[in-house]
Design a binder for this molecule. Structure first.
Ligand code: SF4
Ligand code: SF4
Length: 108
């Protein structure tokens, strides 16, 4: 379910799984993001049907939940949202911001 109320992109496990952020070079050298990814992946193994992790523990779907809480990302690297099924499905390229949601906040 969308816990943020007014998000354009639904915060669902399906979208979390489609998100390309875990493979993004902007986050690749972020210890903060990789630690979240690690615990998120471990959590998935034990998750029950319908469980959705808390947004602050997911290093992605920033288009839905807004800016990252991690301070050590590298926005000089290339955002890969344009490769993501969620980005295409919601036509996020036409919105503002259209990419770098981890830095610019959620899609509107
Ligand atoms: S559009 Fe970007 S932030 Fe949103 S789910 Fe896809 S990769 Fe993640
Ligand atoms: S929003 Fe874009 S720049 Fe930020 S982590 Fe996801 S793919 Fe990378």
């Amino acid at each position: 379910m969308d816990k943020r109320g007014n998000s354009k992109v639904a915060y669902t496990l399906e979208n979390v799984k489609k998100c390309m952020c875990p493979k993004c070079p902007v986050q690749a050298d972020s210890k903060c993001a990789m630690d979240k990814l690690d615990s998120f992946m471990k959590g998935l193994e034990t998750a029950r049907e319908g469980d959705v992790p808390e947004p602050q523990n997911v290093p992605g779907v920033y288009c839905s939940t807004g800016k990252t809480t991690c301070q050590d990302l590298n926005p000089n690297q290339q955002c890969i949202c344009y490769t993501c099924a969620v980005w295409k499905e919601y036509n996020l390229g036409e919105g503002t911001p259209s990419m770098y949601f981890c830095q610019n906040g959620k899609a509107t």
